[in-house]
Design a protein. Structure first.
Length: 290
């Protein structure tokens, strides 16, 4: 399309899309061979499901609530993406604990994770809000094609023609393999409803026992308000060639149910039909409104 920056393009690779100029297929194919340590922690998400939120929480838990640990470094440097070009060398030589993040499908990630080495925190969000958040993100992220309008994006999302591919496949595949991994499943809506409980649950999963004060600090510095005003936490320093800061902000709205302000009745009916069909074998439920 004429609005897409020519350097960035969705390129199909093993039934997944990569973004050219951001990911390299050869490198992504190597990831499964990376050696995993027991202390490795991976955050896995479909895009727009609260990735940056979990990155903030995890780095704060690791720092026992000390906010300085999240103020002197970009989120993406504290918890880097494994699929970005150049990440392999850095991964191999990094000291423990290695905290990493990925949107990749299950089939691409290190085999060690599938043998119960390391830990995986999977964050899922109700897919109607994911769709809306992703729509706004496409208008603001220069590496993604600007949608013509909401309906155009709705179609692309339902067909899985976006980075991350099909939301249904992502959640289904990861969730159905949960018993092969040290796996914690968290939802965005749980974090909205009771952030403190989720932080406790993650600390327990990681075997990190925080004091009341440390827990309170983690929670305080992970609120939407504090993250929105923490430039390191919300990609404000990323260059305009990747994120056009004139067109949007990473910390956009942070609510449950914004889809109601975007979906038409017929889009909603269509979505519900697809959802019923694709999710019928999964024991997962989502909160659509709070
Ligand atoms: P919205 O666009 O709905 O506001 P990701 O990091 O996976 O790309 O997800 C980004 C989404 O998570 C955005 O959703 C963003 O506002 C939301 N988010 C990030 N930090 C949050 C927080 N502390 N509280 C609530 N929502 C948060």
């Amino acid at each position: 399309s004429d609005t897409q920056t020519p350097d960035y393009k969705l390129v199909p690779h093993r039934q997944f899309y990569l973004i050219s100029g951001v990911h390299s297929p050869e490198q992504v194919d190597q990831i499964q061979n990376w050696e995993i340590r027991d202390s490795d922690i991976f955050i896995i998400t479909y895009p727009k499901s609260g990735t940056i939120w979990m990155q903030q929480i995890l780095s704060l838990i690791e720092a026992r609530g000390n906010v300085m640990a999240t103020k002197d470094q970009l989120t993406s440097e504290r918890i880097p993406w494994i699929e970005l070009i150049g990440s392999e060398k850095e991964f191999i030589s990094a000291p423990s604990p290695r905290l990493r993040v990925s949107h990749l499908q299950y089939k691409f990630v290190p085999l060690g994770l599938k043998q119960k080495k390391g830990k995986v925190i999977y964050v899922a969000r109700n897919p109607k809000d994911v769709l809306v958040s992703y729509y706004h993100f496409h208008k603001f992220a220069e590496m993604l094609e600007t949608p013509k309008d909401f309906n155009d994006f709705f179609g692309k999302f339902m067909e899985g023609k976006v980075y991350g591919n099909c939301w249904f496949e992502h959640v289904k595949t990861w969730y159905s393999h949960k018993d092969d991994m040290n796996f914690l499943y968290i939802t965005y809506e749980d974090m909205i409803k009771d952030l403190r409980s989720v932080v406790e649950q993650i600390s327990l999963f990681l075997g990190k026992h925080l004091t009341e004060q440390e827990l309170a600090n983690v929670v305080e510095h992970s609120t939407f308000h504090n993250m929105k005003h923490n430039p390191q936490a919300n990609y404000q320093m990323v260059s305009d060639t990747l994120l056009n800061h004139q067109k949007g902000t990473f910390m956009r709205k942070g609510t449950v149910g914004d889809w109601k302000n975007h979906f038409t009745v017929s889009q909603n009916e269509k979505f519900d039909r697809v959802y019923q069909e694709k999710m019928k074998d999964l024991p997962l439920t989502f909160v659509w409104d709070i």
